[in-house]
Design a binder for this molecule. Sequence first.
Ligand SMILES: [Mn+2]
Length: 337
Amino acid sequence: MVFGEKDIFPEFKEAFGGLLDYCKGRKIAVAGHMRPDGDCVSSTIALVWALRECGASEVVALNRDSVPFLYRNIAAGTEFIKTDSFDFDGFETITVDCADPKRVSDTFSERVPCPLASIDHHVSNNAFAKTNIICPDSAATAELLAGMFFDAGLRPPKEVCNALFTGIVTDTRSFTTNSTRAETLAVAAKLAAAGASPSYVAEQLYQRERPEKLGLLAAYLKSLRFGYGGRLCYGILRKADFDSTGALKEDTDGLVDYARSINGVRLAAVLEEISDGVKGSIRTKSPDMRADLLAAKFGGGGHKSAAGFSLRDGTSLDEFTGVFEKAAGELLDNADI
Ligand SMILES: [Mn+2]
């Protein structure tokens, strides 16, 4: 084991312990980001469990959107309430996996000006809460939470271990991203020892696709465009693609990996038409080529190799592709790789 008997996250032990103590006897809302991914869903579930375990009087799980289909079995047992319809009166809020309070929901910042805590692993997190437990070295918020649970002597049950394992697997694309480190694998091993089942998680994530999602994948693959000698590859999704396939918004998750999988591609993206603009996901093969800086040009952010944005200024997808190609080209030309 990498850790032996040592703490996994000694730097956060005091802050996390203090947070658990503070929550005793209080009403706490745990809120993740809109359009939740596996890490967000699992981190919410796990923190809700820990707060209940530690004596919070009431704990609720919030998300603006529904739990995506692939994570429903993992999330069974945790009821999620829609963030926008929740009455925050009497509750303190902890956000998980959110780099920015705007990622919770459009109105969250007005309704909860300063959350109790933010637990996150995004390098772009701007420490917007009273207590900020931010670990950019963690491959997933679930890795950070699992490590802090073990350090605090908590013993999550099998269902929570499976959820945390899911969060790590999804954010690391099955332990293959450049964010995956020895500590990530060691935390995953501890979760497996505590009851997580890698094969159960794999079946949930990789053997339960809906045909509608594969239809959207087909549309995305057909739309792929290349630039800069094959170093840029991106595909576009129009509203019509969702209508004709019956796919859901959540079905865009993972599509960008197909563009990145192509030999020679250094920068990959999916650009999606939304009602008032364009949503984008960006991936790079090397963290030296900063996906988060490219996303920031369009009001977004994220990780060095995986970032996203939602441009809601009425820009049309067709106008935007040229702007995006130019900005992507500048990044490719400036990168020494
Ligand atoms: Mn995450």
